[in-house]
Ligand binder design. Structure first.
Ligand code: ATP
Ligand code: MG
Length: 235
């Protein structure tokens, strides 16, 4: 797996996202300066509305800032073209969401394959790699099931496999255990921690839950769109 030599894989400078509204605009995040090194497991905390999803969407290249800069692996996302952002989303980051976001008309295996096929990978290699990911996540036997035939925990594990199919160096997870019971929540958080600890990926998890705490190497707390606290952990 290729890794940037730059120790600060994610850098935000005065990063600001204001959502335009008729009465002036809602602050998503404002003036965030943030450095996350390669191989960290960063846990982002904060009350509802504090800006966690906004920040992850900017890091993931799903959204663009109103002001400030976001640089990932030396790539300035602020000035990237739409095509460059698409390539970045396909190759560098994998994303996992609270609601799993699997396509209902595709099987688990097909969902996992999709991002690689869109990136132009050959079908047979993709299928083999998808089955490997599903095996590692303990759900290979469910490969041919549709999302509606899976439990929440199984759907989230399929979504993690999908996030990994293009071998991203960064995995972003927005409230990944929010729709899971505590046992499945623990399993999913453990799997995300494995991606960090065993596979050396940079993992950023936004969550209300304490399940991520034991694995965090750094904890960032947001309040009203700003960083209230940043604590290195001994993880
Ligand atoms: N599309 C939008 N239009 C207007 N305001 C928005 C939009 N998305 C988010 N916001 C506002 O931006 C702020 C930050 O929202 P964000 O979703 O990032 O918070 P969060 O920390 O992820 O919250 P939660 O824990 O509930 O998921 C909130 O005040 C929210 O109302
Ligand atoms: Mg959110």
């Amino acid at each position: 797996m290729s890794r940037s030599d730059d120790p600060c894989v994610i850098e935000a400078h005065a990063l600001t996202r204001i959502y335009p509204l008729e009465n002036g605009g809602a602050v998503g995040i404002r003036d965030i300066d943030l450095y996350i090194r390669n191989g960290e497991m960063a846990v982002i905390k904060g009350n509802s509305g504090s800006g966690k999803s906004t920040l992850l969407a900017l890091i993931g290249g799903l959204d663009r800032p109103s002001r400030g800069r976001i640089v990932v692996g030396g790539r300035d996302l602020t000035t990237a073209s739409a095509a460059e952002l698409t390539a970045y989303r396909r190759t560098t980051v994998g994303m996992v969401f609270q609601a799993f976001n699997l396509l209902p008309t595709l099987t688990a295996l097909e969902n996992v394959c999709l991002p690689a096929l869109l990136a132009g990978m050959a079908y047979e290699t993709t299928r083999e790699s998808a089955l490997n990911h599903l095996r590692e996540l303990g759900i290979e036997k469910l490969a041919d099931r549709y999302p509606a035939q899976l439990s929440g925990g199984e759907m989230q594990r399929s979504a993690i496999a999908r996030a990994l199919i293009n071998n991203p160096s960064i995995v972003l997870a927005d409230e990944p255990t929010g729709n899971l019971d505590s046992r499945n929540g623990e399993i999913v958080m453990r799997l995300l921690a494995d991606l960090n600890q065993r596979q050396g990926r940079t993992v950023i998890v936004a969550t209300h839950s304490a399940l991520a705490d034991p694995y965090a190497t750094v904890q960032i707390t947001l309040r009203d769109g700003m960083i209230a606290q940043r604590t290195p952990c001994n993880g």
